[in-house]
Design a protein around this ligand. Structure first.
Ligand code: SAH
Length: 235
């Protein structure tokens, strides 16, 4: 007697009706990582990052009328002139943080909450700041409903970081800034990493990886060109 093949939904995160689409998206991200391996300096992402992407129910983080597009590798509008980032970008930003187990992470720009959910699924304690109040309140409720107890959302200007929760092993900024906000550098733990889209001299943006060494020295490298909404706020 042969046993029945596993159901399509029989994977972590399922059964939710979208497991097959999610796996296909993950394969697409993996192939895009191979295509951009020169920029990334690697051909494959950390398997833990891949597993987290396979688990998080992305359709829960997009507006109801766009759910059928949730597993396409593209950003989508989430209202308030904001977007949920493209899955490939979420994947590489998460991977670039190279988080140790049980890491403490600061996110600036909660947006849909999807990036925070991916980080939380990796086992991180996530402190996320969102400047648009209705969006922040909405996502707080959603993350609570979905059971993400290790994501803390605050409404405010993320330029200032979250000093009471610092230092952070990783800081991820998901809106483009003209320069790295100094409070964020201060709140990065020695040995920690920050990923941030920075505006360049012309009209473009680059994803930048910043590392703070054990002695507090800072180094940075441009990873690849990206497109993010601007970091707003007072400064
Ligand atoms: N990480 C998000 C994508 C966010 S889009 C996701 O996974 O969906 C960028 C977000 O940054 C928007 O929600 C925007 O309102 C927010 N933002 C812009 N400037 C900010 C600031 N100064 N402080 C906190 N959030 C900010």
């Amino acid at each position: 007697m042969t046993s029945a093949p596993p159901a399509v939904d029989d994977v972590p995160g399922g059964p939710d009706g979208h497991a097959a689409e999610r796996s296909a998206l993950v394969r697409e991200i993996e192939s895009e990582v191979r295509a951009t391996s020169q920029d990334l300096g690697k051909c494959a992402l950390d398997p833990r990052v891949i597993a987290a992407l396979d688990q998080v129910l992305r359709h829960e983080f997009v507006p109801e009328d766009l759910r059928e597009l949730a597993y396409l590798d593209r950003p989508l509008p989430i209202g308030h002139d904001q977007t949920i980032s493209q899955p490939y970008i979420v994947a590489i930003m998460t991977d670039l943080l190279a988080l140790p187990p049980g890491a403490r992470v600061l996110e600036v720009g909660t947006g849909s909450g999807y990036q925070a959910a991916v980080l939380a699924t990796l086992g991180a304690e996530v402190y996320s700041v969102e400047i648009v109040e209705p969006l922040g309140l909405q996502v707080k409720a959603l993350l609570g409903k979905l059971g993400y107890a290790n994501v803390h959302v605050r409404i405010g200007d993320g330029y200032a970081g979250w000093p009471e929760a610092a230092p952070f092993d990783g800081i991820i900024v998901t809106a483009a800034a003209p320069a790295v906000p100094p409070p964020l550098i201060e709140q990065l733990r020695p040995g920690g990493r920050m990923v941030i889209p920075l505006k360049d001299q012309r009209f473009g943006q680059n994803l930048v990886l910043i590392e703070k060494d054990a002695a507090g020295g800072i180094s940075q490298r441009e990873v690849l060109p990206v497109v993010f909404v601007p970091l707003t706020g007072g400064r």
